[in-house]
Design a binder for this molecule. Structure first.
Ligand SMILES: N[C@@H](CCC(=O)N[C@@H](CS)C(=O)NCC(=O)O)C(=O)O
Length: 217
């Protein structure tokens, strides 16, 4: 059955791989599953046809036969459950990997998104500068703890899993801020994720759509 995901017709990040279709592409690449991509404009995302797939009018979505999913955590979990390579066989290790997936989207990602909004959306507000140290500190807090837990390990549990895929994807959004580099083991962890061939293929696929034309570089 063909898998079809949606992605930005033109991603605001210009191909840095930060739009969330990249994590779904990555999971599909790790699982060795071919997929098709339907590109959607910002306007089309808010129209009924797309809202029927994604109630919040966002990307990515995932279609497979008569199944339609949204939310990257749920999509990656679905892929990981159906195909080998993203969740361990041992029941307890599997439960731990799923826990890390939730930790990525529930604990680590929210303050990072807050920082992105504070910089991009609210950066020109008169109160923005005063608020920023608090926003940055809220990002650092879970990173300090994550850094301690990761220690010198390659991955969050024994082997790479969907938990790492989600955590690396979430942490990647921090790179432009410089905060990731304050935690060398987390920066190395993210680099390890990016070095995986499946990530490289996913990144290249989104870049092929989003890279600025030579005249715009
Ligand atoms: N929690 C959702 C977030 C989805 C999301 O924020 N998607 C962004 C692109 S990365 C989007 O569609 N933004 C456009 C909009 O919200 O209008 C997930 O993980 O799938």
């Amino acid at each position: 059955m063909t898998i079809t995901i949606t992605a930005f017709e033109r991603s605001p990040d210009g191909g840095k791989g930060l739009a969330r279709d990249t994590r779904v592409r990555w999971a599909l690449e790790e699982a060795g599953q071919p997929y098709a991509v339907r590109l959607v404009s910002f306007r089309a995302m808010k129209e009924p046809a797309h809202l029927a797939l994604h109630p919040f009018g966002q990307i990515p979505t995932y279609e497979e036969g008569d199944l339609a999913l949204f939310e990257t955590g749920a999509i990656v979990f679905h892929i990981a459950q159906r195909h080998a390579g993203l969740l361990p066989d041992d029941a307890n290790a599997r439960a731990r990997a799923i826990t890390w997936m939730f930790a990525a989207v529930n604990t680590v990602e929210p303050p990072i998104l807050e920082l992105v909004n504070a910089r991009i959306v609210e950066g020109d507000q008169p109160w923005s500068k005063e608020r920023m140290p608090m926003v940055v500190d809220r990002v650092r807090h879970p990173l300090r703890q994550l850094s301690v837990r990761l220690g010198n390990s390659d991955w969050l549990d024994d082997a790479f899993s969907a938990g790492d895929l989600m955590m690396v994807s979430v942490l990647l959004r921090l790179r432009p801020s410089g905060i990731l580099d304050e935690f060398p083991n987390l920066a190395a962890y993210v680099a390890r994720g990016e070095a995986r061939p499946a990530y490289q293929r996913a990144f290249a696929a989104q870049l092929a759509i989003n890279a600025p034309a030579p005249s715009q570089r």
